[in-house]
Design a protein around this ligand. Sequence first.
Ligand SMILES: Cc1cc2nc3c(=O)[nH]c(=O)nc-3n(C[C@H](O)[C@H](O)[C@H](O)COP(=O)(O)OP(=O)(O)OC[C@H]3O[C@@H](n4cnc5c(N)ncnc54)[C@H](O)[C@@H]3O)c2cc1C
Ligand code: SF4
Ligand code: SF4
Length: 428
Amino acid sequence: MTDVVATNQTILVVGGGISGMTAAIEAAECGKDVVLLEKNPSVGGRVSQLYKYFPKLCFPTCGMEINLRRMKALKNLRVVTMAEVTGIQGDAGNYDVSVRIAPRYVNENCTACGDCARAVEAEYDDEFNYGLTKRKGAYLPFNMAYPQRYVVDPAMIGSDDAEKAKAACKVDAIDLDMKEENLQFKAGAVIWATGWQPYDAGRIQPYGYDRIQNVITSVEFERLMDPFGPTGGKLLRPSDGKEAKDVAFIQCAGSRDKNHLAHCSRICCMASLKQSTYVQEQFGDEGKSSIYYIDIRAIDRFEDFYAKVKANGNVRFVKSKVANITEDTKTGNPILHGVDTEGYNRYSNPHDLVVLAIGMQPSVPKDAFPADVVVNESGFVEPAEKNGGVFAAGTASDALDVNRAVQHATASALRAIQVVNRVAGAES
Ligand SMILES: Cc1cc2nc3c(=O)[nH]c(=O)nc-3n(C[C@H](O)[C@H](O)[C@H](O)COP(=O)(O)OP(=O)(O)OC[C@H]3O[C@@H](n4cnc5c(N)ncnc54)[C@H](O)[C@@H]3O)c2cc1C
Ligand code: SF4
Ligand code: SF4
């Protein structure tokens, strides 16, 4: 049974990505009692799925490691995974929270030895790799997962494989009778850090994501570069495993379009500029990138990064909204069609691989919020007085890069601390 001891001086953080982790750690390091809920089996959110960070091109694992170390040292920070909030009622300083916890089928005894995974045959789409590979029915979500505890896929329950996994475990960590739990507890303030999700690329029909194998999204591209990803870090295209030396990036894929997402997703220009460096990292001067854009939005210190990429002779900028993509069925090459708005020339350009710089949208749809909060037209949480003691952190509030998401999360922690301090003051 999961137990959560919480009072109306507790700060609840919903979502364990970089923003939620930051808010939770900052509040707990100020001495507050914090409960962090994450719906996935481990914390880390989408940054743990990135290969490198712009603008420094360092690995996200390093920042994650620091946060995990801080988190583990805090006795007043309780992390509960596989947990989703189903309802929040009340006012600032006095919330009643209902939470549903999905069964993991693996308890605290787990030493992450991996014997259960080796014992089973059943395989399912690997969410961490956006379905580009399969994973076993008993699995660790990714190498750095916290907690370092395996999960049994619910689809495997009741099968022979589930029994094989249980039999393989020498420390009695697999409990196939685990059930969903429903918890109720108090909180004084809530930090909503549920983050973002990529826009559904299949809905941008002219780009053929659902028909052309060598059209992928920017989030999938990050996984292809990762040494622990589906291709072991080799830039190979999905249709035939050929090296993708000529890569096209299509900007505003789903964003700034009233038929899809009206807002600018803010980070995808930088993401493509960064990913063009991946092509060269892999193939040197044989690696060529073409960035099809409406305008490049690289703000503040990111402008220097843009200037550096622009100066690179292996990266071509084509000012054009790509009209559509067809496939050369002989070579498997996607062919981009459109008009270059600088020379007003029509083009039909083949490339090895196309990467859609996919838009960011809130991970919780605006009509599915379990709390009464004000959201804008895109579904991002507004900083409204009416939200009382509920504060958004990071990309739940807007499309943000990590640096801005972390700053925003720190500010949200401060707002939440002010609320619970008022409660403490009133009760003393
Ligand atoms: C292709 C691409 C490349 C990028 N590269 C960079 C880069 O190089 N540098 C950079 O600064 N930024 C980059 N970004 C942006 C970066 O990914 C975000 O800034 C970052 O993920 C924001 O973190 P977050 O915690 O706000 O959200 P998330 O990472 O989305 O985390 C949210 C967490 O909340 C959890 N959650 C969701 N709903 C619930 C719920 N109902 N209950 C409980 N938990 C929930 C999720 O499982 C997740 O763990 C990139 C984005 C894209 C699309
Ligand atoms: S559940 Fe058991 S067998 Fe599986 S990784 Fe954990 S300790 Fe090892
Ligand atoms: S950041 Fe760039 S690619 Fe992304 S929506 Fe804005 S303009 Fe388009």
